[in-house]
Design a protein around this ligand. Structure first.
Ligand code: HDE
Length: 697
């Protein structure tokens, strides 16, 4: 009989059972591989067979358990926000706001651990990072008083005013029911059919068609709680608040062509950026701000503060900074943490409260409900990533996957067991427990039961118009082009005119431009439920007005080839690093290039796989010969051409000029030599290069 692997103590991943193999690379001191029952596994490479070439045996519990577990390793993905990336960090309260809230996490100086998940909305878990889409910005605060989840987005308004419309919105925007495409994008019939029939979505559409939906990085986007919430102080006084996350690096977005090409260059662009930033110690950071207002202010506005399709201009109510969020640790395991984390707007702590926003009210039910189906058990709160870090005690028992072993027989309340020497379990906390704020929120709580929307929710265009007039000319051009692009993908003839008819209520110039771009006649203006009014432009709504001129957090692709000048290269690399940027060397071969001093410089990326869209600026450090060699390489010409087209700074050695000429680069302030001027240029973008802008002027 041939010797059997199970007869040996090999355990090394050997491919043969003919002899006892040597110890494998893990060495003898390594932990032993076992089954889930703790039985040591002797051979993880060969299944148990009847004879050398015989069938596998049912008896092989090692094989069966391994395959069984593998078969069940996927769980249903989130119905929305399926694709996400997350990180651990902390929130630090930097101001005393005890006048506003009694929440312990807002005690000045208090640090609270957090887990933050960023996401796209429409695509599946395996879709790309850079489609035109809203981004989720969900923060779980593990406070000393329980978990508070601020489950927001990177846009301060939403498509709808009432939760009952949410399934229709999501059905319409996701891949079409019959074809299962497009994946992760809104440029298709069903979305625009729905959107053009939904005037209340117009404001959000303006944001969605702007570069807000093309963030350069999670680190350069804002976050918003969207709804009006309440903060409640120790005396029970309540104030209305809107929550804002402001990125330390300022705002930055890509432009459409760049976002498209990023999808080809790196599907995981944002996930990688977040991970690498944290791994390198460049911790992403945001300030938490609140807009605080009272009922008198709320009542005085033309719009309703409970309407999630409206902003409160920062010029009317300034954002008060109360804390900072720092992400300083990558998850150890994607599935256990990022995939299994369950955020829920209903998770709230004493000192924070809801309002009667009808969109928020629907969310309070949905998240727990969907998580039961996604995570398979009512006990998902016990998963380490979801469990509170403060004591948690109640009488909820049993259910699938109960991980705790509750002791004693007290599983009901009230009970008198404690009075008779038994453990009676936890008791209610009338003083410190969560009490719903009784402050009036403006809603008519005592009203009749009605399926209606308040009259004050009827103006669907004024805030869309406010958004439009607050943009720079270049941002307006992007919005107009996005509407044209998205609707150029719509086959239903009735949809584009209907959408343009709505846009006429926002801005006649925008509507005309979209009609021209689509090649259709300007349709009659849609009848507005309430006539829009002009509002004062708000700088806070523009990306361009909130960008920072800095190299911090930005990367520069440094293109080299054989013969590149070593001194020139060192000086530009040092200057980039000195200004807080990240230089990454790109060469035709990943092994690098031999510089003028005869030394080999290793590359971070091969030219063919490192197009310029993955960088914020490029430096072209070439000798005459090196330049000649690259002139014939499409990837090199494209590298420069795209950097120019994507409005990025290009710093180049004098010898690289022929390559720049071939790529169609025209002289402007963003095209420099490799001196200090380049570092300044690399800290921003050059929007005046865009042809659209000139057309508009
Ligand atoms: Fe969500 N949303 N949503 N949503 N949402 C979910 O919960 C829902 C809305 C947001 O990283 C789901 O666990 C309804 C607004 C984020 O895990 C689900 C309505 C805002 C995330 C759900 C809304 C959001 C979700 C899917 C209309 C910004 C990802 C999986 C009333 C303030 C959280 C899950 C993460 C996820 C329902 C509208 C943000 C189905 C019914 C408005 C960031 O429960």
């Amino acid at each position: 009989m041939a010797p059997n692997a199970f007869d040996t103590d090999a355990g090394n991943g050997g491919e043969t059972h003919q002899h006892v193999p040597e110890r494998g690379p893990h060495g003898a001191a390594e932990a032993h591989l076992t089954t889930n029952q703790g039985i040591r596994v002797s051979d993880n490479q060969n299944s148990l067979k009847s004879g050398e070439r015989g069938p596998a045996l049912l008896e092989d519990f090692v094989l069966r358990e391994k395959i069984f577990h593998f078969d069940h390793e996927r769980i249903p993905e989130r119905i929305v926000h399926a694709r996400g990336s997350a990180a651990h960090g902390f929130f630090e309260a930097v101001e005393d706001i005890s006048d506003l809230t009694k929440a312990a996490l807002f005690t000045k100086g208090q640090k609270t651990p957090v887990f933050v998940r960023f996401s796209t909305v429409a695509g599946g878990a395996g879709s790309v990072d850079t489609p035109r889409d809203v981004r989720g910005f969900a923060v779980k605060f593990y406070t000393t008083e329980g978990n508070w989840d601020l489950v927001g987005n990177n846009i301060p308004v939403f498509f709808i005013q009432d939760a009952i419309k949410f399934p229709d919105l999501i059905h319409a925007v996701k891949m079409e029911a019959d074809k299962a495409y497009p994946q992760a994008g809104s440029a298709h019939d069903t979305f625009w059919d729905w959107a053009s029939l939904m005037p209340e979505a117009t404001h959000m559409l303006m944001w969605a068609m702007s570069d807000r939906t093309l963030p350069r990085s999670f680190r350069t986007m804002e976050g918003f709680g969207i709804h009006t919430f309440q903060l409640v102080n120790a005396a029970g006084q309540a104030h209305f608040v809107k929550f804002h996350w402001k990125p330390k690096l300022g705002l930055q977005s890509t432009i459409w062509d760049e976002a498209l090409k990023l999808q080809a260059a790196d599907n995981d662009y944002h996930r990688r950026d977040l991970h690498e930033a944290i791994a390198s110690g460049a911790y992403p950071e945001w300030r938490l701000g609140v807009q605080v207002f009272d009922k008198a202010f709320a009542d005085a506005q033309a719009y309703d503060v409970l309407d999630a399709t409206k902003v409160i201009p920062e010029e009317d109510v300034p954002v008060r900074i109360i804390g900072r969020l720092v992400l300083d640790r990558n998850p150890d395991n994607f599935f256990a943490e990022t995939e299994q984390v369950a955020f829920c707007p209903a998770n709230i702590v004493p000192g924070v409260d809801f309002t009667d926003d009808p969109l928020l009210q629907g969310r309070l039910f949905s998240y727990l409900d969907t998580q039961k189906s996604r995570l398979g058990t009512a006990n998902f709160h016990q998963l380490p990533i979801n469990a509170p870090k403060c004591p948690m005690m109640n009488f909820q028992r049993d259910g699938q996957m109960q991980m705790a072993v509750p002791k004693g027989r007290a599983n009901y309340e009230p009970n008198s067991l404690a009075a008779h020497g038994e453990d009676g379990g936890p008791r209610e906390c009338p003083v410190t427990g969560f009490r719903t704020s009784t402050a009036p929120t403006g809603a008519d709580e005592a009203g009749d039961k009605l399926r209606v929307r308040a009259e004050r929710f009827a103006d669907h265009y004024s805030h869309a118009r406010l958004f439009w007039v607050s943009q720079t000319k270049s941002e307006q051009a992007h919005i107009a082009s996005s509407f044209v692009f998205e609707m150029s993908k719509v086959g239903l003839e009735q949809v584009p005119p209907r959408m343009v008819a709505n846009l006429r209520n926002v801005d006649e110039g925008l509507a005309q431009r979209v009609a021209d771009g689509l090649g259709i006649d300007l349709p009659p203006k849609a009848k507005a439920a309430k006539a829009p009014v002009d509002m004062k432009p708000s700088d806070a709504l523009s990306i361009h007005k909130n960008m920072k001129t800095t190299l911090e957090g930005r990367s520069v692709g440094v293109l080299i080839a054989d013969g590149s000048d070593a001194t020139e290269l060192t000086s530009v690399v040092d200057a980039i690093t000195g200004a807080g940027g990240r230089p990454l060397i790109v060469a035709p071969k990943v092994g690098g290039a031999v510089l003028s001093n005869g030394k080999r410089m290793k590359a971070d990326g091969q030219l063919a796989g490192s197009p310029s869209q993955i960088f914020d600026a490029v430096a072209i450090v070439l000798s005459e010969d090196g330049c000649k060699g690259l002139m014939g390489q499409g990837a090199a010409v494209q590298f420069v051409m795209d950097a120019f087209g994507h409005l990025k700074a290009i710093g180049a050695s004098a010898a690289a000029k022929p390559l720049l000429d071939k790529a169609g680069v025209k002289a402007d302030a963003g095209v420099t030599d490799l001196s200090k001027t380049f570092i300044e240029a690399a800290s921003r973008r050059f929007y005046d290069r865009e042809p659209d802008l000139r057309q508009l002027a």
